[in-house]
Design a protein around this ligand. Sequence first.
Ligand code: SF4
Ligand code: ZN
Length: 113
Amino acid sequence: MELENWRDKAACKNHTDLFFSNVRRDGLKALYLCKRCPVRQECENFANQFTDVSGIFGGKLYRKKVEAKVPPRRLICGTVEGYQLHKRNGEFVCVECDYANKETKRSMDYLWA
Ligand code: SF4
Ligand SMILES: [Zn+2]
């Protein structure tokens, strides 16, 4: 089927903004449209041709596969940032980070005393 052919019948034809929105409610509206869409299968087939689509197609949420591969932020030990990252990850705080955190606190206390 021609690309334009099925696009013309799409339930989302005049609501494409909903499909690329970061607002959850918009996403839900979009999925609702897909549910009633007569060209859902064509739409899904279309999306499956690509590895880097993101948005809603055929009633499914696609995220760019490259996004999933982004490595977690590198931890730089011996910094307050490192300390906070350990905490956020629920990890054991290493000696360097613990020290950096205490030192910073100490100098803060000194500054504000
Ligand atoms: S399935 Fe959803 S995204 Fe695809 S054309 Fe229909 S309404 Fe649009
Ligand atoms: Zn550390």
